[in-house]
Design a protein around this ligand. Structure first.
Ligand SMILES: CC(C)(COP(=O)(O)OP(=O)(O)OC[C@H]1O[C@@H](n2cnc3c(N)ncnc32)[C@H](O)[C@@H]1OP(=O)(O)O)[C@@H](O)C(=O)NCCC(=O)NCCS
Length: 421
């Protein structure tokens, strides 16, 4: 039977976007292949993906939605975009052929853009690899590991069911940009998941050309609690960098809670990432690691920059900086007290809690104050314009912990973010 399919884009800018996603999730009966709600609400539009509802306009009830196409960025071919079309069928409707679905969605896209059909419900194929990365066995997962990752995500974040990533994403055909695990004695010890994204070129090229480039948006990185502090997180990120560069992609971005000191050390000091954008209350969820509004720093990892290359070889700074020893640094807050908003020194130190996860559990009111003060400071100081600051490091002074921002000028931008070796 041939269907007359019509694809309509679901508007991610509309006020009812989150409610519409909830309604679609209900229609699809909360099946485990669905992408997490917060990913669809916030990340999908951010990475350049989209959602289409499909209807059979030849059917009696032509307004009934018979399936949904989740478009994930996959590649850029000349002026055209290519997407993985992740299809979810609504039970009870006639089943369309993949070619019909592809054609219906491609008709609704700009001319030349293509989709590659993928049905998440079918049994995914896995192609495990084992690569010795600084003494850690890392690589793509097998099917059993793919299933364990979902349980591990749940136990680390205590995420609600609609916050868990489907296991098939770690398979070979799901079109995700990067899926890696680390094993210790053959047991899963950590994992990492990233999606392709159509990123904006941030620097000089961007405003003139509006060009996009294929980047990677990393979404999950976690190490089993009993395996932390042994270099596994670092090994996973190093392998991610190597494989991403080998695939011809030069930038990886991800988000991190600005108040997590361990993550700041890993991201800025050990990996050489930088942050110049910030979103207060980015995600709608609450979970074990996010008991207060989920503000996020946008991290950028320009893999070819001298800073990142130095960090990746372990030759650069490996520990936190002593902020008191830096005469060009202004400390702009004392804990959650009143912030200094007019600093103009070469560097600023933004104090963050020594243990943010414990503080959220112990004193929610104090945690909310910390969030408020750091939101105000990040909002005031972060940016790429001259005079603004880019977070480049983590600092200490006795028991106090800091994020370190460096004032932007042309030389700094070229060397830290834009420059190549
Ligand atoms: C963040 C996380 C992935 C780190 O994994 P890990 O395997 O323990 O990290 P590593 O042992 O590779 O440490 C790498 C660097 O991170 C920093 N780091 C990691 N844990 C730290 C801690 N508890 N205190 C201070 N620094 C820490 C250090 O700079 C460390 O390098 P060093 O050991 O040479 O000083 C892990 O703690 C985790 O799963 N956390 C919960 C999930 C999460 O927050 N994910 C988001 C990541 S952006």
């Amino acid at each position: 039977m041939t269907l007359t399919l019509c694809a309509t884009r679901v508007d991610d800018g509309a006020d009812d976007w989150p409610a519409r996603l909830r309604e679609i999730r209900r229609r699809l009966e909360d099946r485990p292949t669905l992408l997490p709600h917060h990913f669809l609400e916030v990340v999908l539009p951010k990475i350049g993906g989209s959602l289409f509802a499909l209807r059979d306009i030849g059917a009696q009830n032509r307004s009934a939605e018979s399936g949904y196409a989740f478009l994930l960025p996959r590649d850029i071919k000349g002026p055209s975009a290519e997407y993985t079309l992740r299809y979810e069928h609504v039970t009870g409707h006639p089943v369309a052929r993949p070619e019909e679905i592809n054609e219906a969605v491609e008709r609704a896209l700009p001319t030349g853009d293509r989709t590659v059909f993928y049905r998440a419900a079918a049994a995914p194929r896995f192609k495990p690899t084992h690569i010795d990365t600084g003494g850690v066995d890392c690589g793509r997962p097998d099917a059993a590991e793919g299933a364990v990752i979902r349980a591990m995500q749940q136990s680390i974040w205590r995420s609600a069911a609609d916050g868990l990533y489907p296991s098939d994403l770690y398979g070979e055909e799901a079109g995700t940009g990067c899926s890696l695990v680390a094993r210790v004695d053959g047991t899963l010890a950590g994992f990492l998941l990233g999606f392709y994204s159509f990123g904006r070129l941030q620097l000089e090229e961007a405003p003139q050309t509006g060009r996009k480039e294929l980047q990677l948006e990393s979404q999950l990185l976690a190490v089993a609690p009993e395996q932390r502090g042994r270099g596994i997180g670092l090994a996973l990120k190093r392998l991610q960098a190597r494989q991403t560069l080998a695939a011809g992609i030069e930038r990886i971005s991800w988000t991190a809670d600005p108040l997590l000191f361990a993550n700041a050390l890993l991201n800025f000091t050990r990996l050489g990432a930088v942050a110049y954008e910030f979103q207060p209350n980015l995600y709608p969820f609450r979970n074990e690691l996010n008991l207060v509004p989920a503000s996020r720093l946008n991290l950028m990892w320009p893999l070819r920059s001298r800073r990142v290359q130095t960090a990746l070889t372990g030759a650069g700074q490996t520990g936190p900086r002593e902020v008191e020893r830096d005469p060009e640094l202004t400390i702009v807050n004392q804990a959650d007290g009143s912030p200094v908003l007019d600093a103009a020194s070469r560097r600023v130190g933004i104090e963050i809690p020594a243990d943010w996860v414990a503080l959220q559990r112990a004193d929610l009111t104090a945690a909310l104050r910390w969030r408020d003060v750091s939101n105000r400071l990040l909002d005031r100081y972060l940016g790429l314009q001259p005079g603004r600051y880019v977070i480049i490091g983590a600092g200490v002074s006795a028991s106090r912990r800091y994020l370190i921002g460096e004032r932007v000028d042309d030389r700094f931008l070229k060397e830290t973010i834009g420059g190549t070796n």
